[in-house]
Write a protein that binds this ligand. Structure first.
Ligand code: NAP
Length: 244
């Protein structure tokens, strides 16, 4: 199985979650030194792991990564489109460059990676695609101006529906996960502030940030054979944020 953006944060956590369920891993990111260390640690535990340096915004990198995975494993059952980043600003202040960066990294990359890997899923008439969107792909927010991130993550949710409908005939499912607030390299600076902690406590029914590994069960479920009739859905793992 393939996870993009597996060198840190939620991608790395999901890699551990999948490994615990016996998956062979192909981990993609730009920081190859970090991926090599991660792969070494997995191999020491008997888990097959292929680290691949790949910028998910780069079509050539992405297509080469897909070929490398097929060369190593002969197929790809599960793809998790997790890589992401964000340049945060509101609509009045957003620059063209920051808008393009965020859309390229968080939305266009999901298209490019899906295109590259789904063709091999089609050959085998089997596939599970899981796109990491966000609660910010479903709703706006009053705590942090980040219009390009909302736009790209909303795009990921409807990309998920379109791909689910299109690829169903090849026995490929496609679903989105919408995490709430998890502390990672991407979010730590914001989440650690008193302002955001207070905001979270008044808006997240469970009253806390997501803990390390708390996204894993939902990802493993969507990747499982048992989830064969679940497609085109957006599943929130957010402590109840979108329930109120
Ligand atoms: N943390 C949260 O609260 C939260 C909530 C909702 C959604 N999400 C989503 O969850 C996903 C993972 O984020 P995270 O919070 O775990 O952040 P993170 O720790 O910063 O991880 C982001 C990962 O994406 C990779 N990445 C970024 N740009 C890339 C590129 N151009 N090509 C390849 N890899 C790239 C990074 O690896 P390299 O730098 O090595 O390339 C890193 O492994 C993102 O899509 C994010 O939007 C996070």
């Amino acid at each position: 199985m393939v996870i993009t953006g597996a060198s840190s944060g939620l991608g790395l956590q999901m890699a551990h979650g999948f490994a615990e369920h016996g998956a062979d891993l192909a981990l993609l990111a730009r920081r190859i030194d970090r991926l090599n260390e991660i792969a070494e640690a997995f191999r020491a535990k008997g888990v097959k792991c292929l680290p691949i340096k790949c910028d998910v915004t780069n079509t050539e990198d992405v297509n080469n990564a897909a070929e490398a995975v097929i060369k190593e494993y002969g197929k790809v059952d599960v793809l998790v489109n997790n890589a992401g980043s964000s340049k945060n600003a509101g609509v009045l202040d957003m620059t063209d460059e920051d808008w393009d960066f965020t859309i390229e990294t968080d939305l266009t990359s999901v298209f490019k990676v899906t295109r590259a890997f789904a063709k091999y899923m089609k050959e085998k008439q089997y596939g599970r695609i899981i796109n990491i969107s966000s609660i910010y792909g479903l709703v706006g927010n009053k705590a942090l101006d980040t219009v390009a991130y909302h736009s790209s993550k909303g795009g990921v949710v409807n990309f998920t529906r379109a791909v689910a409908a299109e690829l169903a005939k090849y026995n490929i499912t496609c679903n989105a996960l919408c995490p709430g607030f998890f502390e990672t390299e991407l979010t730590a600076d914001v989440l650690k502030t008193e302002y955001f902690t207070n905001f979270m406590q008044s808006t997240v029914p469970l009253g806390r940030y997501g803990r390390e590994g708390e996204l894993n069960a939902a990802a493993v479920f969507l990747a499982s054979d048992e989830a064969s009739y679940v497609t085109g859905q957006a599943l929130c793992v957010d402590g109840g944020y979108t329930a109120i």
